[in-house]
Design a protein around this ligand. Sequence first.
Ligand code: ADP
Ligand code: MG
Length: 343
Amino acid sequence: MTRPFFLLRLLLFAIAAALVTASCAQQVPDVRESRFMMGTLVQFTIADTDEDTALAAIRAAADEMQRIADAFTIYGDKSNTVKAFNASKPGNSVILPQEVTDVLQTALQISKQSSGAFTPAIGSLSLLWGFSLPDPPEQAPEEIAIVQALRGVDSSLIAFDGKAWKRLHADTKLDFGGIAKGYAIDRGIDVLREHGIKNAIVDAGGDLRAIGSHSGKPWRIGIRHPRETGKTLGWLEVHGDISIVTSGDYERFFMYKGKRYHHILDPQSGHPARRSISATVIAKNATLADAWSTALFVQGAKELPMLNSKGMQGIVVDADQKLHTGKMSLVPFHSGNNEGNGE
Ligand code: ADP
Ligand code: MG
């Protein structure tokens, strides 16, 4: 190489290096905070924002999410309107707060669309199995008790007259366990936005909503492998505003005589749903993604075309550990092991 060319290349290299340094210097580090709530570690990641603004926004979002968790839970001894409804005399009218009414209406609609695979009327059955109790079970309840609880597990036994709600059977109880976490995530994102945050992820144990981007690049979201701890089933690159929620049989379960019993129940059988071991839904908000991930888990891969027709995307690992992805209408899914930056 002749000397002038060498100098020119040296100069170009120096300029390129300076540009890289400049862009790194502009980049603010991510602000990350976690809070334990709803039985899981909720992780907040905020990009491209100064630390004080990010921390104040996270604090407000976390408080709002905790408020929602307390308002919707049917566990613990603090009173709320959902527990009051569950204890009300069947046939009596109960006024629920507007936000509970809204989430309940969404839940009932999804119940209808999923042929009852998802139902907010599953309370008696969830309480009977007891996966979310402080002392989780080690074996299945008596079949006779399951049959009894199932009498009330039917969305049509929850009535609304435009103002008040009624439960029409003594064994009909609400359980928002399959949807409230998604709603809390959505409200968390709302609060972050009210604080001026544009680029963030609110991740409640793998159930998340991502907005904006990660310093100009897409967020990379890994989906947990249902059987190999620490590995991912695959990953998604997302930007804008998207929710990704997974229901798995590995979250809350016990093994009994070699069989896995877990917390996602099939309202048809009254037992843990057996068609899937993991079901992910990608949707425009986390409330929908959460409820539909539970429905998809129960229904299995055959439900994927229906999800696609509703503008959502699904990923299912069936009981034989076979992966089904359906149409990738929203974001491409890259299968395999790859570390995400969002979880
Ligand atoms: P996680 O909350 O662990 O992420 P899911 O979103 O799938 O998992 O919700 C499971 C919870 O939803 C259960 O703990 C129970 O409270 C409730 N649930 C279980 N089966 C159903 C069902 N078929 N329909 C609606 N809710 C359900
Ligand atoms: Mg769910």
